[in-house]
Write a protein that binds this ligand. Structure first.
Ligand code: MN
Length: 136
């Protein structure tokens, strides 16, 4: 189980994501814009971030790039969520620092697989700043 920050401006998508995460035993923090999400990422240090790419104001790619530039949040894995399943978009999200990329609508198997894979990679990483948070 992980503490996951979801940054998503669409209420229906937020609700679905919430249900899927709670079903899998994760707990959730929510932000509906990138600016609020960045503040929560720094203050709450979640285990993982689900980042909608299309947000009002700052977009998810810019927000991810800022998270990856800040040593306090750089180690938090980010999964990009987008309605645009385009190759260029996928490449842009990878360059911004997203560890995985999921096209909406969300499919729970794909979401759970991406979360498990990034959480496992984060636990293997020797650069983790929160060893006590890691479960055996
Ligand atoms: Mn959006």
């Amino acid at each position: 189980m992980a503490r996951i920050l979801v940054i998503e401006d669409n209420p229906a998508n937020m609700k679905l994501t919430n249900l899927l995460l709670l079903n899998a035993g994760h707990s959730m923090l929510c932000a509906t814009d990138a600016e609020t999400g960045l503040v929560l990422a720094r203050s709450e240090h979640p285990d993982l971030i689900l980042m909608d790419i299309q947000l009002p104001g700052m977009d998810g790619l810019a927000a991810t790039a800022l998270l990856k530039q800040d040593p306090a949040t750089a180690a938090i894995p980010v999964i990009a969520l987008t309605a645009l399943a385009m190759k260029a978009d996928q490449e842009k999200s990878r360059l911004a620092g997203c560890g995985a990329y999921i096209a909406k609508p969300l499919h729970y198997q794909e979401l759970y697989a991406a979360i498990d894979s990034l959480m496992a990679a984060a636990q293997d990483s020797t650069t983790s700043t929160h060893p006590l948070d890691q479960q055996p």
